[in-house]
Design a binder for this molecule. Structure first.
Ligand SMILES: Cc1cc2nc3c(=O)[nH]c(=O)nc-3n(C[C@H](O)[C@H](O)[C@H](O)COP(=O)(O)OP(=O)(O)OC[C@H]3O[C@@H](n4cnc5c(N)ncnc54)[C@H](O)[C@@H]3O)c2cc1C
Length: 323
């Protein structure tokens, strides 16, 4: 995706719901290609959650993990919680408001429209309470972490005496009990939340396309099954691979290519999950990993990831400088 490429998109407009690793990468690529888009996120900043654990223990690091959407995407960013998608009327419903999608036939992006007419139409509609005008809902990305159930290891057992346990505190003896009767003696209890796909924004619109984990069933082009103009990327795409920021970025590349290809009536590009790539940082100077089936030692992991946990990559993608 070259930064100077400009694509003639007619009156098409892409709506990206969720500015996580997938949505932010897609928005950056569309912006670079001058493809009209609107990014909607409930937060005002992209959160580089990969570095969240370091932010929780290293003073001053947290501010490096939040990157303002509006600085990068300006008026193409809209803050709000998406509570529903009306496919028939092409509207994305926000909590306490609505993004209105006007079909391309009457879109304000129509090249034939005089700028003064366009401006006046905008002003009239804004006066009437229409909050945003877009021409076409092209793709949807709706992944979101939610606190998961507290589980006991990977056994599927739930801790039953959590409220009585001293957390994050060393003790000579702590007894942890589970709902299946297991008892474990330990010295330290650290509560950990898992994450799961939050499908609340799209579950009613795409009820028949939900996988058992709440993700959206997609075809090889990452289009939601049965919808040629709706794509799912990142954690909310039901692709048989681990849920990772790295994969969300790869999905974004495929989807932006396919949006362009579909406009130019070129064949779409298929997404093929690759061999597992995993870099596990353990502090700034340590870690271990695996790339395409090969072991990667601490030095490589330290150089590639542990020092800044890819924070600078996100700032670079959003064309901003870290604090
Ligand atoms: C602590 C932690 C460490 C991790 N470490 C790594 C790692 O080292 N390497 C790696 O590859 N992956 C890692 N991951 C996983 C990785 O972060 C996820 O796979 C990745 O964030 C998925 O990207 P995404 O774009 O699908 O969704 P997300 O990044 O989760 O973004 C979803 C976005 O959608 C928004 N949103 C959700 N619902 C709505 C709604 N209804 N309305 C408006 N906005 C909405 C959210 O605000 C959010 O900005 C880690 C995850 C966590 C939590």
């Amino acid at each position: 995706m070259g930064s100077q490429v400009s694509v003639d998109v007619g009156s098409m407009h892409v709506v990206i719901v969720g500015g996580g690793f997938g949505g932010m990468a897609a928005a950056s690529q569309l912006q670079a290609m001058n493809v009209p888009f609107t990014l909607v996120d409930m937060k005002d900043s992209f959160h580089h959650n990969v570095a969240a654990l370091r932010a929780s223990v290293e003073s001053g690091f947290a501010k490096k993990t939040f990157i303002s959407y509006s600085v990068t995407f300006k008026d193409n960013f809209r803050q709000g919680v998406v509570v529903g998608i009306d496919l028939k009327n092409q509207t994305v419903q926000l909590q306490g408001g609505e993004v209105t999608l006007i079909h391309s036939q009457v879109a304000l992006a129509d090249k034939e429209l005089l700028p003064c007419v366009r401006q006046e139409v905008k002003e009239i509609l804004l006066r009437k309470g229409v909050q945003l005008l877009l021409s076409r809902c092209h793709f949807v990305s709706l992944p979101a972490p939610l606190p998961g159930l507290l589980r006991f290891g990977s056994t599927g057992e739930r801790v039953s005496n959590l409220e009585e346990l001293p957390v994050n505190e060393y003790r000579e003896y702590i007894k942890v009990q589970t709902d299946k009767g297991t008892e474990v003696a330990t010295n330290l209890v650290i509560p950990c939340n898992g994450i799961k796909v939050n499908s609340s924004a799209y579950c009613s619109a795409f009820e028949s396309r939900l996988a058992s984990n709440g993700a959206l069933q997609v075809n090889e082009y990452l289009q939601v099954e049965g919808y040629s103009n709706v794509y799912a990327i990142g954690d909310c795409a039901d692709v048989k691979e681990p849920k990772m920021a790295y994969h969300a970025g790869l999905h974004a590349n495929i989807v932006t290519t396919n949006i362009i290809n579909s406009m130019k009536q070129r064949p779409l590009k298929a997404y093929k999950p690759g061999a597992l790539t995993f870099l596990l940082s353990m502090g700034r100077n340590d870690g271990v990993g695996q790339i395409s089936g090969f072991y990667v030692g601490w030095l490589m992991v330290q150089l590639l990831k542990s020092r800044d946990l890819f924070v600078s990559t996100s700032w670079k993608t959003m064309k901003q400088s870290p604090p």
